[in-house]
Design a protein around this ligand. Structure first.
Ligand code: VG1
Ligand code: CO
Length: 543
């Protein structure tokens, strides 16, 4: 069957950000918008014809419509076989696993992750390469260039495929296989973790709450936590994926995961609480009346990973994104393994994982993962915590406190100023960058600036350089402030300010983070003039 060639003209806004191309549904549903971007991916990915490609998404509004378009286009571009999660569903880590397990050429993941969904919400498309991970910058840059030149796309005209029934169908020559989105992923988790031990933990009365935020992890959590591990029914909250996430903002932080926070606060809360995000790659971890920062979580997981069968041989290295606290570095140093600092976004971990230089990776934004796939993985982090809790037999609060006593505590907070006028945010960053040479030596609130730079990363595997990744200011007392603009938003600009201070004194490790960091928070404002320039007197979100 010959493909139909459709004439088109470029859109000037198809530049992928930190994690794919995210736009409002109203932008994505314009005629040709999905097709232009997807054709640009196919045009850039030499050799994709004749290959297997994986397609799945987080189930948000427009997921199924986009998949039907992409399937016709895949057939029109000579793809031999497409694997699609039933219902169009694949969590991001599950998609990464399917790409690897079936040795696919790559995958197209439909998600705007932690951004809200629904007709007025966001949608996104991301391309992952054959290692299962997000396409590196070289490829996303090439896709963006292609979107500026595109003049036609190809498709095979065919009726919609039934995405809800397992099995095979065809579009022209191309085979479409609808697969179970959970089975392969659950089997991988059983190989990595001691399910018997975790089952025994639950049998002993251990209680947990998992908030799926009406997003993609519901079916995974029901199957793994309640069915395979025997956690009581009701452990999973908001476990049915909904196209608008039931109105939730599917971002697992203390502000948006309010059901989890409510369940974990007060008298007699469960022993352990967790939440994931829209596409299942993030995790939020709580103990009874206790929020564990993602930076601390990465450090504790690195220090204890050997207690899980999949990591019994030890770790090769630990990598964290630049704004993530340095708590993980302290664990790496003690273990005598390398610690890496990469720019924000999971795509920068891929080379380190492929080269066997790092085993665990993490970001302050609630992303943690390992070399089992090439994406961050929310449920994986929850299961690693459960495995550690089962083996150590201590409450999570005691494990956290013990960690601080051993390594010291890196007090940490991130302040987000959302929906700031783009010109204002750009000018603030430009002025910060312009002031970098004069900052060192300047005094602020009892301390002085030690060093200031704009983070540049040189990939140790392929030598590629990524510059302008965020302004870092370190102070003589060892504290640090990082400023960067978000690359995942779809309206205005979001300024992220990351602050941390190391506290080695055991007697001072149990304060509230906002109080412990109040001096540094004031300094961060002084250095960049956030309040005066943005007109905001406080951040929109504090995590
Ligand atoms: C944010 C986070 C970053 C994360 C990215 C994608 O990016 O800060 O750590 O990798 O989202 O996560 P930004 O550019 O907005 O700061 V996900 O779970 O939304 O795919
Ligand atoms: Co996500």
């Amino acid at each position: 069957m010959a493909p139909v060639i459709v004439n088109t003209t470029p859109f000037n806004d198809q530049k992928p950000g930190t994690s794919g191309l995210r736009k409002k549904v109203t932008v994505y549903s314009q005629p040709h918008y999905v097709a232009n971007f997807v054709q640009s991916i196919f045009d850039v990915m030499d050799g994709i014809a004749g290959q297997t490609v994986v397609i799945g998404g987080d189930g948000r509004f427009y997921n199924a419509e986009a998949i039907q378009i992409i399937l016709r286009m895949a057939a029109g571009n000579g793809i031999a076989r497409v694997l699609v999660g039933r219902g169009g569903i694949l969590s991001t880590p599950a998609a990464s696993n399917v790409i690897r397990q079936y040795e696919a050429f790559g995958g197209i993941i439909l998600s705007a992750s932690h951004n809200p969904g629904g007709p007025d919400g966001d949608f996104g498309i991301k391309y992952n390469i054959g290692n299962g991970g997000p396409a590196p910058e070289k490829i996303t840059d090439a896709i963006h260039r292609r979107t500026g030149e595109i003049s036609e796309y190809r498709l095979i005209e065919a009726p919609d495929i039934d995405l809800d029934s397992l099995g095979k169908a065809r579009i022209g020559e191309m085979v479409v296989e609808i697969i179970d989105p959970v089975a392969d992923y659950a089997a991988l988790m059983e190989r990595l973790f001691d399910f018997n031990r975790i089952r025994a933990l639950f049998r002993g009365g251990f209680r947990m709450t998992f908030d799926a935020l009406s997003a993609v992890t519901g079916p995974y959590a029901h199957e793994i936590l309640e069915k395979r591990l025997g956690a009581p029914a009701g452990t999973v909250l908001n476990g049915t994926p909904l196209p608008d996430f039931g109105g939730h903002h599917p971002d697992p932080n203390p502000v948006h995961a309010h059901d989890l926070v409510a369940a974990m606060t007060g008298a007699n809360p469960p022993d352990f609480g967790a939440a994931s995000d829209g596409d299942g790659d993030r995790n939020m971890i709580m103990g009874p009346n206790l929020f564990i920062t993602p930076s601390d979580s990465l450090a504790v997981l690195a220090a204890n990973a050997h207690l899980a069968p999949g990591y019994a041989a030890g770790l090769k290295g630990v990598a964290r994104s630049m704004p993530t606290s340095r708590a993980a570095d302290r664990v790496a140093a003690k273990l005598g393994i390398p610690g890496f600092e990469t720019p924000t976004g999971w795509k920068f971990f891929g080379n380190l994982l492929d080269a066997g230089m790092a085993t665990l990776c993490g970001e302050e934004s609630a992303g943690t993962g390992s070399d089992h796939v090439r994406e961050k993985d929310g449920l994986w982090a929850v299961l690693l915590w459960l495995n550690i809790l089962a083996v150590r037999g201590e409450p999570i609060g005691a494990i956290m406190t013990g960690h601080w006593r051993e390594y010291g505590r890196d007090y940490y907070t991130r302040h987000d100023y959302e929906d700031v006028d783009t010109a204002t945010a750009d000018a603030l960053m430009a002025d910060l960058r312009a002031n970098l040479p004069t900052l060192p030596g300047m005094a602020f609130g009892g301390t002085t600036v030690d060093a200031a730079d704009d983070f540049e990363y040189r990939d140790p595997v392929d030598g590629s350089v990524s510059s302008r990744q965020g302004v870092r200011v370190t102070f003589a007392d060892g504290s640090r402030v990082v400023y960067r603009l978000s690359g995942t938003g779809t309206g205005g600009a979001t300024l992220r300010v990351y602050m941390e201070r190391y506290e080695p004194d055991q007697a001072r490790q149990d304060q509230d983070a906002q109080e412990a960091l109040s001096g540094l928070i004031a300094i961060a404002d002084q250095v960049a003039g956030i309040r005066s320039r943005s007109g905001r007197d406080k951040p929109s979100v504090i995590t």
